[in-house]
Design a protein around this ligand. Sequence first.
Ligand code: ADP
Ligand code: MG
Length: 460
Amino acid sequence: QWGALRKTLCETIGENNYKAWIEPLRYDGLENGVATFGAPTNFVGTYVSQNFGDVMLSQMNALSGDSVRRLHFRVVQGANETSEPTRSAAAVAPATPAAPTSPAVAPAQASSDLLPGAPLDQRFKFDSFVVGKPNELAHAAARRVAEGGRVTFNPLFLHGGVGLGKTHLMHAIAWELRERNPELNVLYLSAEQFMYRFVQALRDRRMMDFKSIFRSVDVLMVDDVQFISGKDSTQEEFFHTFNALVDQNKQVVISADRAPDEIKDLENRIRSRLQSGLVVDLHPTDYELRLGILQTKVEQQMAYNPGVTLQDGVLEFLAHRISTNVRVLEGALTRLFAFASLIGKPVDLGMTQECLTDVLRANERKVSIEEIQRRVAEHYNIRLSDMIGPRRTRAFARPRQVAMYLSKKMTAKSLPEIGRRFGKRDHTTVLHGVNRIEALAKSDAQIAEDLEILRRALEA
Ligand code: ADP
Ligand code: MG
């Protein structure tokens, strides 16, 4: 029942709270009326119990027929390891883009009466979307579509990994279009909702209504279209709807978590139609973009938690240590601010580490020595065999030392182990290489830059 409980909880306490507090929990079962949960830190357990305990208890009882008397939280290592946070958020989020009780969200905006669209999230507008290198193309394309006017590319196909801003951009397009022209029939929904409505229409024998509704919109936006892979009749209907709109020169915007040619079990004619407009991807966020996003979100958090202050270096630390998914980044910030406002101290690095141990641990990228060797060889344009081979000319020795250095810094491997992996070299050779590069990084700008590039590529 944990799945069901999570879903209803997300709806009642809002997506932000859900992400920050419920997602990290693990449900360990019910015994003698006591429901036990594993929490990643003591703080999370206490916070959840104080703030959401009552709601959880009553919802659990509603779901289980009053069998729960008490909730118990205990600290466990890696509480949420079984369900990767980004994935489980994604599973819930698309169905409820605007959690009704979340403070920043206005009530669902009813478009026109009949249209079965999904509500738009107030927070997802262009002015809150931070633009950086990884998303600038997607952003520019979305802007262009949002201007309305002549349809230049159809469809616009946005793709990218979880939490990189696809849904945000789609909502932003819809908001902007509606603002510019309230008459316009803009329909946004997820592919899952499209399927659901289609099935419902079939069941109720209302296919004519279904077709006429979907074919009379001015702009159709379908989110997470990978969902219809393998669902033949839904694909068929989607294809017809799509064609009818494109033929009338109506704008269609599609998103997916991967490129059209990577979506499995999709009819070829659909795939090629999806590719026939403009396909742009949102790349994984880089450090600068993450920092920019954090700075923007901190301002919002400050508004909710007046009095909380942030010490220098905290945002940089988070931008550095938390991987690409912006949703995870937001969840971390929300929790951090709640923590700080509760204990009434400024946020510093120590507090950040304590409060976010689980998130930070989950984001530790495990880099292997092989990966380092491969990347470094590529970077210096030498063969992998020369990287680990016996030759000691400078053209090979320097890259080798760089790779040894990175292996020492980025993996937990010991010097002897690293030595073995570099063609059975002695640990003193490794130590010498590490020291050499460490010294050079301070005096040689080129080496410093190489290290920076390689580090980033390996961390990405
Ligand atoms: P996706 O649909 O690609 O999985 P979302 O659009 O739902 O991702 O984004 C996840 C969260 O991250 C949302 O809260 C969104 O507002 C935020 N987000 C993503 N990219 C940006 C960005 N560039 N600027 C500001 N917020 C962003
Ligand atoms: Mg999405």
